[in-house]
Design a binder for this molecule. Structure first.
Ligand code: NAD
Length: 249
């Protein structure tokens, strides 16, 4: 058994920031050649340079372009995501569709584009960065929770179809992780609950955590790197929470 990723080609969406950037670093550190895919062209280029990889500037909301794509990669990390916090009656329908497109339709299209290559090689690793909100709901996050629940289903179907062809598919379900996305959420939650931003962590985000701290991006990335390895060949159709005990209650 081997947990090095030497010679593997890995594509990470949303790879320019936060969890995606940490995944790109962790996979590259274990020997993978990484493609940093992001709408943020300069961020993707800078990280790709640092890691000796390639940048792919792509707007994953352009789902029509993704439908004709063919992807030559062994490891696909579906990570790009955005968040919007608002009550359903105030949630813009266009915003709902945008979030579903980025966080559910784009992963489907990328998996669809990568599977033929993975099947031909008899090896593939699909790693879907879901969330605790893929398993449990939270008020005011209708689009996000819907997209992540959908991603859980897509991940399991991929596992069933790929199981005898060397392809695994799994979700990682982090609790709140220290990234720019969470910084934005802190501001949104403060407005929504009418409390100062400084109180959001203790009063909203960490109330149900056993560990009482945010998850660090490197912690998520090291789980992703293990899921990508040969060692994890029997791990498929699974959802791994990393939430400091948040969902244990
Ligand atoms: P982040 O904002 O730091 O990074 C998201 C990346 O996605 C950015 O580089 C951004 O440019 C890219 N992106 C956004 N829209 C894009 C588009 N249309 N096309 C291509 N790229 C696009 O966010 P993060 O916190 O690292 O989140 C990454 C993933 O982790 C998301 O799917 C998120 O739902 C999930 N997640 C985050 C947390 C958390 O607390 N931060 C918790 C659970 C799950």
């Amino acid at each position: 058994m081997d947990n090095s990723l030497n010679g593997r080609k890995a594509l990470i969406t949303g790879g320019a920031s936060g969890i995606g950037a940490a995944c790109a670093r962790a996979l590259a550190a274990r020997g993978a050649k990484v493609v940093v895919a992001d709408v943020d062209a300069s961020g993707a280029a800078a990280l790709a340079d640092e890691l000796g990889g390639t940048a792919w500037t792509v707007d994953l909301l352009d789902v029509d372009a993704l439908a004709t794509l063919s992807l030559d990669c062994d490891i696909l990390v579906n990570n790009a995501g955005i968040q919007k916090v608002a009550p359903i009656e105030e949630f813009e329908p266009a915003e709902f569709r945008r979030i579903l497109a980025l966080m559910l339709e784009a992963p489907f299209l990328l998996i669809r584009a990568a599977l033929p290559h993975m099947y031909a090689n008899g090896f593939g690793r699909i790693i879907n960065i879901s969330s605790v909100h893929g398993l449990r709901a939270s008020a005011y996050k209708s689009a996000y929770v819907s997209a992540k629940h959908g991603l859980e289903g897509l991940s399991k179907v991929t596992a069933l179809e790929g199981g005898q062809r060397g392809v695994t598919s799994n979700c990682i379900n982090p609790g709140y992780v220290r990234t720019p996305l969470v910084e934005k959420q802190i501001a949104d939650q403060a407005r929504l609950h009418g409390i100062p931003e400084a109180e959001v962590l203790a009063k909203v985000m960490l109330t149900e955590s056993a560990v009482k701290r945010l998850v660090e991006v490197e912690e998520v990335a090291s789980l992703a790197a293990w899921m990508a390895s040969d060692d994890a060949g029997m791990v498929t159709g699974a959802s791994y929470t990393m939430d400091g005990g948040w969902s244990a209650r």
